[in-house]
Write a protein that binds this ligand. Structure first.
Ligand code: ARG
Length: 400
């Protein structure tokens, strides 16, 4: 049994209750670590809460820049959308949280790590796989999977022990958020026929009440990474926040889907990721102009596998790393500017330019005097169509 456990602490009910519960049931000391990957709430309050709940120590780690540079940048290069829709919001914070938990465990000489996930979701998979990939010897504890308490029982458990929890505004939803966006589940959303209530959204304006005039923004990329908004250079973390504000205000960035979870069930999910979805769109359109055709087409296959691997919690696996290396190797020419038009829930690419462009007007134009060899086209088609022609002749002869 574990003596000293590093707990991934969120400040919420489950991970707060996990502190005394693990002490009582596993007989261990608990070190709470709150990792800020964006939208972490009031960290001073959370830290005090962890200590009041009986943690031996409580640490806060600001990981927002690392999260942006080492986790969001690569998935953006991969245009990662699980099942063509979900920009992997929650799947992305887990590997970084695991990495930092393992560091903290080493520093404190802890022999176990713990997370607050229940048994039904993907996040327990991501924690377990991430942690065991980084240190196969650490014990991994999942108190919320073991205790079998309902939410009401958790509240009562905390109250009996005078543990400060803030369930004043009891949200019927399960929400996970970070710099890339928000994931919203449960409550009325469990019926896939129900339209999501307006009050679940925080990052996006209702398209119906978005401004009546379009807004244009320009995203500058350097080797696959966005580096500027409307010409102003900024860090990726700052850029994501700035893009989110303007894109969200125009009502773009919502996803409502039924998703295949790794553990076999389908779930109804709502996501908000205004910056994520707009940046992926911009990045993809820039690639269309600068990547050579075979690379573009093969990259689709690599992207899909990479996205699935990340969704399924295998961030640190050899295949994910190899796919990331391939994807990164294509990005050198992905430099240029994309112009987006935002209007009442829509985001459209309306302009692109790049010093690396393979778009050649002299070849593409339908005006006279182009450089495209029309005679070569005729000869090319004689050969390209040859197998089909031979086949069609055989079929025709059969019919006669
Ligand atoms: N279904 C999504 C995923 O697997 C979202 C999970 C969000 N977690 C939560 N506690 N609401 O990535």
């Amino acid at each position: 049994m574990a003596d000293k456990v590093v707990l991934a602490y969120s400040g919420g009910l489950d991970t707060t209750v996990a502190i005394p519960w693990m002490k009582e049931n596993y007989g261990c000391e608990v070190i709470a670590v709150l990792i800020d990957v964006g939208r972490a709430g009031d960290q001073t309050v959370a830290k005090e809460r962890a200590l009041a709940a009986g943690a031996l120590a409580a640490e806060v780690i600001d990981a927002q820049d690392v999260f942006a540079d080492e986790y969001l940048a690569p998935v953006l290069r991969a245009n990662a959308l699980y099942e063509k829709k979900y920009p992997l919001v929650s799947a992305l914070s887990r590997p970084l949280i695991c990495k930092l938990m393992v560091d903290v465990a080493k520093r404190h000489g802890a022999d176990a790590v713990a997370h607050g996930c229940t048994g039904k979701g993907n996040d327990q998979v991501r924690f377990t796989l991430g942690l065991l990939s980084l240190d196969p010897e650490l014990e991994i504890l999942a108190p919320a999977r073991d205790w079998g308490m309902s939410r009401e029982q958790c509240i009562a458990y905390a109250e009996e022990r005078n543990i400060p929890i803030s369930v004043t505004k009891k949200s019927p939803y399960s929400i996970d958020s970070n710099l890339w966006g928000r994931s919203i589940e449960c409550g009325v959303l469990e019926n896939p026929w129900n339209e999501p209530p307006a009050d679940i959204y925080e990052l996006t304006t209702d398209p119906e009440s978005a401004p009546d005039k379009p807004t244009y923004i320009e995203i500058g990329f350097e080797s696959g990474t966005p580096v500027s908004l409307d010409g102003a250079k900024m860090s990726l973390r700052e850029l994501i926040t700035a893009v989110e504000t303007v894109v969200g205000a125009n009502g773009f960035g919502r996803v409502d889907m039924v998703e295949n979870r790794l553990i076999g069930i389908k779930s109804r999910e709502i996501y908000e990721s205004p910056a994520g979805l707009a940046l992926i769109m911009a990045h993809q359109h820039l690639e269309d102009m600068v990547l050579e055709r075979d690379t573009t087409h093969f990259k689709y296959l690599a992207e899909q596998k990479y996205t699935e691997m990340v969704y399924n919690g295998k961030w640190f696996s050899p295949l994910t790393r190899a796919l990331d290396a391939f994807i990164s190797s294509t990005q050198e020419p992905v430099t240029g500017t994309i112009r987006l038009k935002l209007y009442k829930g829509q985001c459209t690419v309306v302009g692109r330019k790049s010093s690396e462009s393979l778009y050649n007007l002299d070849l593409a134009t339908y005006e006279t005097g182009d450089l495209f060899s029309h005679e070569s086209a005729a000869g090319f088609l004689d050969l390209y169509g040859l197998p089909l022609k031979v086949w069609a002749m055989r079929e025709k002869n059969k019919g006669e």
